[in-house]
Design a protein. Structure first.
Length: 249
């Protein structure tokens, strides 16, 4: 509320002293005194605990499209690390895919919202989509660190093949100060993370990651069913918008 608006409002309600006091009280609140939205919606963690320091999973991926393997992986990591929330963060312009045909960010974002809507611990962030330029994880972590505050413990979750390349990412060393990394793998796939800081990176095998976005796109392009590989709403979204059909290529 700007000062002008406050004054008009105070004049208009000057006969009601209670109302005036309430408005006046609001008007002197400084930004740092405002109740943080995250404090208001404090929920119990995946294991039913209430933490002093929020434990936040950041599920980074292109999600082209999001599939049930991603959802199981997020749920498993939330359980193993006793997370309070998992934020899915669809990439805006993935830096290693600038020359590749990646589906429009809004379509990927909407499919992610549809897929996660039934789980109260899952949310979706637009930080990578709304930030101009190529997507770098260091920026994702800085933006979410600012949003959730210095006390929050951040766990960046993504595919193990992506993590295996992490030292090539922008400001790689600084990322380890901002978050712990959880590399989720497909069954039977081993990844070498021995060259990464041991206390900063874990690997977790997720059987449901036998599903892959590449395979879902291929099936959709061939007209094969993708039911139960992706949530029902995502099957319908793909069909309605003709995503991955050969005509789109
Ligand atoms: P990608 O190369 O498309 O994926 C590599 C592998 O990891 C694929 O097998 C992929 O399977 C899997 N994967 C990706 N995200 C996953 C997730 N959240 N959970 C489980 N499996 C996942 O990787 P990407 O999607 O472009 O990037 C992954 C994340 O790393 C993004 O947040 C991205 O911004 C970040 N990244 C940052 C930099 C940088 O800062 N320079 C560089 C590269 C990546 P599916 O295809 O089935 O998902």
């Amino acid at each position: 509320m700007t000062e002008d608006i406050q004054e008009v409002f105070l004049d208009a309600t000057s006969t009601d002293t209670d109302a005036v006091r309430k408005v006046a009280a609001l008007s002197v609140q400084q930004p740092h005194e405002l109740i943080q939205p995250h404090a208001l919606v404090r929920k119990k963690s995946a294991r039913g605990n209430a933490h002093q320091r929020l434990r936040i999973g950041i599920m980074g991926g292109t999600f082209d499209p999001i599939h049930n393997g991603h959802l199981v992986a997020a749920s498993e990591v939330a359980w193993v690390y006793d997370l309070d929330e998992v934020i899915f963060v669809p990439t805006g312009r993935p830096i290693f895919k600038i020359d590749k045909n990646v589906t429009n960010a809004e379509d990927r974002y909407l499919m992610t919202v549809i897929a996660t809507s039934s789980n109260p611990q899952f949310t979706v962030s637009r930080v990578d989509i709304d930030r101009p330029g190529a997507t770098y994880t260091i920026d994702t972590l800085r933006d979410l660190r600012e949003e959730y505050g210095p006390q929050a413990e951040l766990f960046f979750i993504t595919g193990a093949d992506a993590v295996a390349e992490i030292l090539k990412w922008k400001d790689a060393a600084k990322m380890f100060d901002l978050a712990h990394f959880v590399a989720v793998t497909r069954p039977g796939y081993s990844v070498d993370v021995s060259f990464l800081p041991r206390d900063k990176v874990d690997v977790l095998e997720i059987p449901a990651l036998a599903i892959s976005s590449t395979d879902v796109r291929r099936r959709a392009a061939m007209g094969e069913p993708v039911w139960y590989l992706v949530p029902d709403g995502v099957v319908q979204y793909i069909g309605k918008h003709g995503l991955y059909s050969e005509d789109q290529e």
